[in-house]
Design a protein around this ligand. Structure first.
Ligand SMILES: CC(C)(COP(=O)(O)OP(=O)(O)OC[C@H]1O[C@@H](n2cnc3c(N)ncnc32)[C@H](O)[C@@H]1OP(=O)(O)O)[C@@H](O)C(=O)NCCC(=O)NCCS
Length: 173
């Protein structure tokens, strides 16, 4: 299994995998919008003999602590093709993404999801609790990416890319 950043040639397979992995096309649409808006930071893919087995997407967030911008990303979506699940591929994709983002100087990664699942990557509600966000709550978690970390209890603002709000508005209709 080859874990690597996505290439332009992966785009149709990523779209197909997202459409097959979720009950609605929302995640595929989200990724398209993130790309069009220029908010994509990193897409990691897992590929085996030319077949796409998984994808993990990190997009740009606008985050401020004490009115200073902090380089931060949102992890979403993550998907692994059914036949490849429970073999640690999602874990490998996310870990490889975190490594690249750490080297790129990103300080924080946020995720909205099941604490029981994302906790295995180190995401914690406590890290996100001080950030104002429309998604604040028990599913909103964060992970400091730099070795120096970030003190718990830091307060600030954390805004997802516009594509997330566009999706939420469509879902509400
Ligand atoms: C979630 C998903 C990406 C995991 O992929 P994967 O490669 O099988 O994940 P890993 O092998 O790294 O880890 C599998 C573990 O995660 C657990 N897991 C998977 N989905 C979970 C969930 N929603 N909540 C809690 N645990 C979950 C599995 O039970 C398994 O646990 P185990 O290691 O104790 O057996 C995959 O199941 C998937 O694509 N699901 C559909 C899309 C989705 O729901 N994505 C997540 C939200 S963006």
């Amino acid at each position: 299994m080859n874990i690597r950043p996505a290439l332009p040639a992966d785009v149709p397979a990523i779209d197909a995998l997202l459409r097959a992995s979720f009950p609605a096309p929302d995640e595929a649409t989200l990724v398209q919008r993130l790309c069009v808006d220029g908010d994509m930071v990193l897409t990691m893919v897992a590929e085996d003999a030319g077949a796409l087995a998984g994808v993990a997407v990190f997009s740009r967030m606008a985050v401020e602590v004490a009115r200073q911008p902090v380089a931060a990303v949102a992890l979403a979506p993550v998907a692994v093709a059914r036949e490849w699940r429970r073999q640690g591929i999602a874990e490998a994709l996310v870990a490889a993404g975190h490594d690249m983002l750490e080297r790129g100087g990103y300080a924080l990664s946020f995720v909205l999801g099941d604490p029981g699942y994302y906790g295995r990557f180190g995401y914690e509600r406590d890290w996100a609790a001080g950030f104002d966000s429309p998604y604040a709550g028990e599913h909103f978690m964060a992970l400091p990416l730099q070795p120096a970390g970030m003190p718990c209890g830091v307060r600030g603002r954390a805004d997802h890319a516009a594509a997330f709000a566009a999706l939420a508005q469509e879902d509400a209709r």
